[in-house]
Design a protein around this ligand. Structure first.
Ligand SMILES: [Zn+2]
Length: 384
């Protein structure tokens, strides 16, 4: 039996390295597959994301399926059993960087949209292969959504073929203490910014955890710390900065999080600056993607008609999805969290298979995802 063309396409994508900011070659592969499969419109936007659209016979809403086409790198010095760029298949599993996060899902989306029966559909089905998600979630999807103005969005990050109706958000938090420099032979003449920071860290670590029945709980994880000057020779450091990665639940704002730390009475007398940084990233096309590193959490009620339509579509496709939420942050932080467009997550593979050594995806999960996307499209854009 010849190999399923979806599996071949997933292998082709895995074999093309596509780190964030260097997705040009993989985008060309996706564009040529969309053209080969007869999409009505195919183009590349200013950031270099690929977009393909198929139009139903009748006017109606636009449903966007989004998958990012960048991957994280392979950690140096760690050996894989399977070539990370090999797309090898063994025992019904495809291996390689991006298999689960998320070239498999992207391939399934392209093939699902290409398979629709235009005569049965009201509206448009679109796929975006968005860039730079691993650097800054949501930034390139914003440009895609500005062009397509979708009514509904499906994010293809791994859900193990379940349906996610929410996801935790993420914020990067910079805390900086300012002391006074002195010679370390007479530290009393200065103010040691690291000592001040130790007190700040104690306050942050004691911040109450918020719990959400769907999203789980908030997390504060210290990810780096540096004093200034560094290295310091015979100097009492006058500045110290820590970075925290904060995982958010629905409804949290940056003012509230920063305010809770700064208002602590234990930090009186310490010069503390707290902020959420912003940063700029350059896409392979030379465009600049930037933004504040605060990506809100999102939740859609289970009773929402889009959630129910997706559930119906997945069941019609023969799947038995459970309803859940992402623990990690995805492009939905923009589509749902910022733009407020009804969004769900559905994808092959497991969340815990992202970014690992010997990243893998079961072929039966890949082909079931194609059926699932097709089921969602038929349910949401049905002309009946
Ligand atoms: Zn991903």
């Amino acid at each position: 039996m010849p190999q399923d063309s979806l599996v071949t396409f997933a292998q082709t994508l895995i074999r093309q390295r596509s780190l964030s900011g260097d997705e040009g070659a993989v985008v060309e592969l996706i564009i040529s597959e969309m053209r080969r499969l007869g999409f009505d419109q195919v183009w590349k936007d200013v950031n270099g994301s690929a977009i393909g659209v198929i139009k139903g016979a009748q006017l109606g809403p636009t449903l966007l399926l989004d998958g990012h086409c960048d991957t994280v790198d392979v950690a140096p010095g760690v050996s894989w059993m399977h070539d990370p760029l090999g797309g090898e298949i063994e025992g019904g599993v495809i291996y390689g960087r991006g298999a689960a996060d998320m070239k498999g899902a992207l391939a399934a989306m392209v093939h699902a949209v290409a398979s629709i029966d235009r005569s049965q559909l009201k509206g448009c089905a679109a796929v975006s292969a968005s860039v730079m998600e691993e650097s800054l979630e949501g930034a390139s999807l914003r440009t895609v959504m500005d062009a397509l103005e979708p009514d509904f969005v499906v994010i293809g990050e791994a859900t193990n073929l379940n349906l996610n109706r929410g996801g935790r958000g993420r914020a990067e938090i910079h805390l900086e203490t300012i002391g006074r420099p002195a010679h370390s032979s007479s530290p009393d003449l200065g103010r040691n910014a690291v000592h001040d920071m130790i007190r700040v860290v104690e306050v942050v670590e004691r911040q109450p955890v918020k719990k959400d029945p769907l999203l789980g709980q908030t997390v504060f994880a210290l990810t780096d710390i540096i004093s200034d000057p560094y290295p310091a020779c015979s100097m009492v450091p006058s500045r110290c900065r820590v970075t925290y990665d904060r995982r958010l639940v629905a409804g949290e704002t940056s003012d509230e999080i920063l305010g809770a730390i700064a208002a602590s009475p234990e930090l009186r007398g310490i010069e503390l600056h707290a902020k959420i940084p912003s940063s700029d990233y350059h896409t392979y096309t030379g465009a600049t993607l930037g933004g504040v590193k605060f990506l809100p959490a999102w939740v859609l009620p289970e009773s929402d008609s889009f959630v129910q339509a997706c559930l119906h579509g997945l069941r019609t496709a023969g799947l038995d999805p459970k309803i859940g939420a992402y623990r990690f942050c995805t492009n939905a932080a923009y589509s749902a969290g910022v733009a407020g467009v009804p969004t769900v997550g559905f994808g092959p593979g497991r969340e815990e298979d992202a970014h690992i050594v010997d990243e893998r995806l079961e072929l039966k999960s890949l082909t079931a995802a194609r059926q699932g996307y097709r089921g969602i499209i038929d349910a949401v854009l049905s002309a009946k």
